[in-house]
Ligand binder design. Structure first.
Ligand code: TMP
Length: 234
C-alpha cells in the first residue's frame, strides 16, 4: 500500500503512517529561494539534509529540546511526531548576514553582543515578513507563554549547535527554526536543521557552506552540503 501524501512543501513531502501520531517526511532535492521566485535543484540534497537533520535533532535533544525526530527510516526520510505547526518562524542570529544586513545596515560578519532572536510570519503570500511580539499577539498566532517557551528552546538550540559546529571548525552564523505541538500537547522542534535553514561558515576561511551558495549563485553548492554532512558525522 502506498502511503497517503498529506502535504507537499518546497523541500519535503509529508506522508501519513499507520499511527495518527506519526508522519513520515521525505526530503527533496528541490531548492527555492526568495519565496519560491528562484527555483532549482541541488543534487543529493534530500539525502544529505535528512541525514544532517537527524544528527542535529539528536544533538539538540541531548541539550533538553524535544524534537519531532523518531528515527531515520531511509536515506532521505525521517519518521517524525505529527506536529500542529505554529505559524511563526524563529530566527536566531549570532553574526550579521542575510536580511538583517539589508534591513538594518549591519556589516556582514559582525558579531552581535548576544544571540538575537527574531520572529517571522509563516506566510509565503506575504513574503514571510518580520513580525514583532505585538503583531504576534494582535494576530493571535501563538500565546505569550508559547512565544516565551519557543524563544527559550531556540536559545538552547543555539548554544548546543554553536558548540557542536565550533568543534568541527564551523561558525553557526544564524538559523531558522519551526516549532509545533504534538498530539500529546508537547512543544517540539519540527521542520529541519540543515544547510537550507542555517548559515554555516568555515571558521578559518569564512567560506559559505550553506544555501547562500544557491541563493547568490556562488557555485559549489553540492560540495558545500557534502562538506557539512562529513563534518557533522565526524
Ligand atoms: P534571513 O537572513 O534571510 O532572514 O535568514 C535568516 C536564517 O533563516 C538563515 O539561516 C536562512 C534561514 N531561512 C530559512 O530557513 N528559510 C527562509 O525562507 C529564509 C528567508 C531564511
Amino acid at each position: 500500500m502506498t502511503a497517503e501524501q498529506l502535504y507537499e512543501g518546497k523541500a519535503k513531502i509529508v506522508y501519513a503512517t499507520d499511527d495518527p501520531k506519526q508522519v513520515s517526511q521525505k526530503f527533496k532535492d528541490d531548492a527555492t529561494a526568495f519565496d519560491g521566485k528562484k527555483k532549482g535543484s541541488i543534487a543529493d540534497k534530500g539525502v544529505r539534509n535528512a541525514t544532517i537533520s537527524a544528527y542535529l535533532f539528536r544533538v539538540v535533544e541531548e541539550a533538553g529540546v524535544p524534537t519531532q525526530l523518531i528515527e531515520q527510516t531511509a536515506d532521505d526520510t525521517l519518521l517524525t511526531h505529527y506536529l500542529d505547526m505554529f505559524p511563526v518562524e524563529v530566527v536566531v542570529r549570532n553574526f550579521a548576514a542575510g536580511s538583517i544586513v539589508k534591513r538594518l545596515g549591519f556589516e556582514e560578519g559582525q558579531k552581535f553582543s548576544k544571540p538575537m532572536v527574531e520572529y517571522f510570519l509563516k506566510d509565503d503570500s506575504l513574503g514571510d515578513p518580520l513580525i514583532t511580539c505585538a503583531h504576534i499577539e494582535e494576530l493571535g498566532l501563538i500565546t505569550t507563554d508559547e512565544r516565551n517557551e519557543i524563544k527559550e528552546l531556540a536559545l538552547r538550540v543555539n548554544e548546543a549547535l554553536s558548540g557542536f559546529f565550533a568543534e568541527r571548525g564551523i561558525i553557526l552564523v544564524d538559523f531558522k527554526l519551526e516549532f509545533g505541538r504534538d498530539k500529546d500537547g508537547v512543544i517540539r522542534l519540527g521542520d529541519e536543521i540543515s544547510p537550507d535553514t542555517c548559515r554555516l561558515w568555515d571558521a578559518e576561511t569564512k567560506k559559505k557552506l550553506d544555501k547562500d551558495r544557491f541563493r547568490q549563485d556562488l557555485g559549489g553548492v553540492e560540495d558545500a552540503y557534502a562538506e557539512i554532512l562529513e563534518r557533522v558525522k565526524s
